[in-house]
Design a binder for this molecule. Sequence first.
Ligand code: AMP
Length: 249
Amino acid sequence: MKVLVACKRVIDYNVKVRVKADQSGVDLQNVKMSMNPFDEIAVEQAIRLKEAGTATEIVAVSLGAEACQETLRTALAMGADRAIHVHHDGGLEPLAVAKLLKAVIGAEQPSLVLLGKQAIDDDCNQTGQMLAGLLGWPQGTFVSRLKVEGAKVAAGREVDGGIENVELKLPAVMTVDLRLNEPRYASLPNIMKARKKPIDKKTPAELGVDPAPRLRTVKVAEPPKRQAGVKVDSVATLVTKLKEEAGVI
Ligand code: AMP
């Protein structure tokens, strides 16, 4: 069984994001970038399926600028077998990513496609769902348990009331949640070995997809600063302040 994993290069989760002075977006100059944390979980799951003898090949795919190859090298060092980089300078919206992934999937024919539940930069939570829709494949989203059983995959989904257990026919698309596993660190020997693993390059034109954005960002702004709190000495003062100053009761 071939497993395809989508890996997005995003601002590292430890970085405090700064808005650009012209409010056109966030500042990416000299900022540490990493693989989207949910995609690390997806890569880890694919590796576990291979270690269990269920998966035979893991293909990591990243879409975006040249530097996405660093993200793919991380996936290869963790244990992916090969990688595909769809090169595009400029923004890619979830619909464009889904269309490009669909084209890659058409050529690769994987049985299982794993994505993160969301990318921590734009928090869209759309790509996996759009991809499943475009492919006409079953989808399991927010997956925190996953077991391949013959031609089916059983999954536990994180929903408000607890875990929803679903069973999907393969081929299927799954988006993974935080509790599915704890991703491994790549060892130094594996980082060295990953340098020799192949990364295929494609362009949106070769895949027959127009990646032009359909949305226009009007303005990006910092959230308003929180005001300092005050201590009150009695419930009566609190109620007066809530009534007269905050106007909430
Ligand atoms: P989003 O819908 O933007 O929140 O992204 C959900 C998931 O789609 C991510 O966790 C990735 O697995 C995948 N994805 C989105 N954009 C890209 C990209 N440019 N390259 C590779 N995977 C992506």
